[in-house]
Design a protein around this ligand. Structure first.
Ligand code: ASP
Length: 339
């Protein structure tokens, strides 16, 4: 049942301090036969850059008419993060700002524009991790906060907890001075039409970012409305440390997207991080994890973005598409696309 080096996992998770639940996840590994992956890509800027950012706008089957908008939204968000990094701000500031921009953009399944659950409501998850301290914060089942990623950052910095969910998370938000908005604020015409036609929007359009700052610190962030028609109360990978995101200055940072259940089952972020602990650069770890993920979850649908401690970046996915934008020191321009 378990085909990984448990002592490494245990050691890694012990270092995270707050982490009993994710530790259990790591032990719940499933092992089965590999299948062929539909699509895979990776890229890197192997120069030893001193800043880097990668943003994704979701892995899945992105409809033709949404592709340009998704790529443009990723570029805009990555530019917001890049500008903060060039002005000397931290990787945590950069990933939070990039994800906030994506949460404000109704093209994406995060913040305004999130998919609806089976009860016709928006319930959002988000998580953030600072590679400098290896501290993290996450929120789940959020219905009234415009920027779940900023609430996750508050959980990381102003609470003794790692994950807060539902009403408790929103009571904490109120205490921290967040404005609570109506759930209707998040519902766009497009999502309502999808819901009314009982159209499953799949897993596309969720968002995330990873970054390396000038001081050599990395960070990862995720935000999502989850999967359409999910049961109320369902929680995906995005707020789960080790599944949806991880950041550790010694190695790098990872954020994932795709079918949350598959990603949690595989402990996908941890799989990638573990490869980097063995000295693999982002692109090598990203390449290698593809088969590990598929072996763990046959037909698993996921995408991932990675930055390593030297500023190498990588993007991979087993879904039809992933929209992304990235930039590293030494490159004059933002690279973006939809593969
Ligand atoms: N991973 C997210 C979830 O399962 C959805 C996505 O990435 O599109 O909640």
């Amino acid at each position: 049942m378990i085909a990984v080096d448990l002592s490494t996992i245990i050691d890694f998770y012990r270092r995270q301090q707050k982490l009993a639940c994710n530790y259990r996840l790591a032990l719940c590994w499933r092992w089965s036969k590999p299948i062929e992956v539909r699509k895979w890509s990776a890229m890197t800027a192997m120069n030893e850059s001193n800043i880097a950012i990668v943003v994704h706008g979701g892995a899945g089957d992105i409809p033709l008419d949404r592709r340009e908008l998704a790529e443009q939204g990723c570029r805009e968000a990555a530019t917001v993060g890049w500008e903060l990094l060039t002005s000397g701000r931290s990787a945590v500031d950069a990933v939070e700002a990039a994800v906030r921009a994506l949460e404000d953009n109704p093209v994406f399944n995060a913040g305004r524009g999130s998919v609806l659950n089976a009860a016709g409501r928006v319930e959002m998850d988000a998580g953030i991790m600072d590679g400098r301290t290896r501290d993290a914060g996450a929120v789940t089942l959020i219905q009234h906060i415009r920027h779940p990623i900023s609430l996750a950052r508050n959980v990381m910095e102003a609470s003794d907890h790692l994950i807060l969910g539902g009403e408790g998370a929103e009571a904490f938000a109120k205490k921290m001075g967040f404005e609570l908005v109506s759930n209707d604020y998040f519902v766009t015409e497009r999502r309502l039409a999808q819901y009314q036609k009982r159209l499953r929007a799949g897993t596309a359009d969720t968002v995330g970012a990873v970054a390396l700052d000038r001081a050599g610190h990395v960070a990862a962030a995720n935000s999502t409305g989850g999967v359409s028609f999910k049961l109320p109360g369902r929680i995906g990978d995005s707020p789960i440390l080790g599944a949806g995101f991880l950041a550790d200055d010694r190695y790098g940072a990872v954020a994932t997207t795709g079918q949350g259940e598959h990603i949690i089952q595989a402990g996908l972020s941890f799989l990638i991080m573990r490869l980097m602990t063995k000295g693999l650069r982002a692109v090598e770890a990203s390449d290698r994890v593809r088969s590990l993920f598929i072996e763990s979850v046959p037909n698993g649908k996921a995408g991932w973005i990675v930055v390593d401690a030297q500023g190498g970046v990588a993007i991979g996915h087993t879904t039809r598409n992933l929209s992304f934008a990235w930039r590293v020191s030494g490159l004059e321009t933002m690279v973006s696309g939809l593969e």
